[in-house]
Ligand binder design. Sequence first.
Ligand SMILES: [Zn+2]
Length: 324
Amino acid sequence: MAAARAGIGIDVGGTKIAAGVIGPDGTVGARSRRDTPAADADAIARTIAEVVEELDAPGAPVGVGAAGHVDLEGVVRTSPNVPGWVREPLQARLEQTLEGRPVVVANDADAAAWGEYRCGGAADVDGLVLLTVGTGVGGGVVIGDRLLRGADGGAGEVGHLIVDEGGPRCNCGNLGCLEAHASGTAIGRKARAAVAEGHVRSTSPLSGRAPGGAEVSRAALDGDPDAREIIAEAGRWLGVGLGALGNVLDPPVFVIGGGVMAAGELLLAPAREAMVERLLGRETRAVPPVRASALGSDAGMIGAGLLAGESTAPRVSADGAGGA
Ligand SMILES: [Zn+2]
């Protein structure tokens, strides 16, 4: 492997910018945090430059994980949560602003997958499929030590795997995406429907309320059987997605992150069961473990810093042992 160096990792989401100095082993040094001026691409680039200045790591390469479709040239084509980014040439712009520093811009979930792969929930194997189950369902794929980016940078959108043709409408416009069944948003929607239709016991903390996904998770963790059933249903849909992904990609491990993972095994146990039912050759094959994220909400920032540090590292080439 090439000798990596420290990089600055920056995770840009719809509401906040989280940044840190990331060592080659994924340790986080100094940190910085700002609100995202999401409506204004110029202001976002200025804020990123300020954060880089503040972190005071002279010359360190900069990796940005951006919430949106990031193409192979580091252009953010569109972003569902950052309206200011429309065909935003973020990488080229930052290279100009941060004179002399190498800059890598990737999709935020791809960056998170790389972080979990290098030093998180998949550090012991040579790949993973990451699913971040939060407001939406994002993800990234590393197979055989390579981040799968696809022909146009759009690979790894596991949340829009259609698991239920004709099912509920997804944010993307399609019907029955994994995100429309297993995200925190979907969990809240199902809970509100269950309350409205009288399927929730009067003793449930959900009763008489219009709960969101986080509230359902809390109630489930507190032992409420109705909330547990709603989380378990989301888990089963997650497992349908894992089964399909397992059959296509055969990853050594699945890592699950995002806010809904607060429910822990209440989500993962039904997901594993539904996945195994769908895996081809399940009697004779290696069944991929389904693990919780090890890096949590830092995964994107850490992965972005690692991508920057590794992509700019001098290659070890003399004996052919290098190559990242
Ligand atoms: Zn979708």
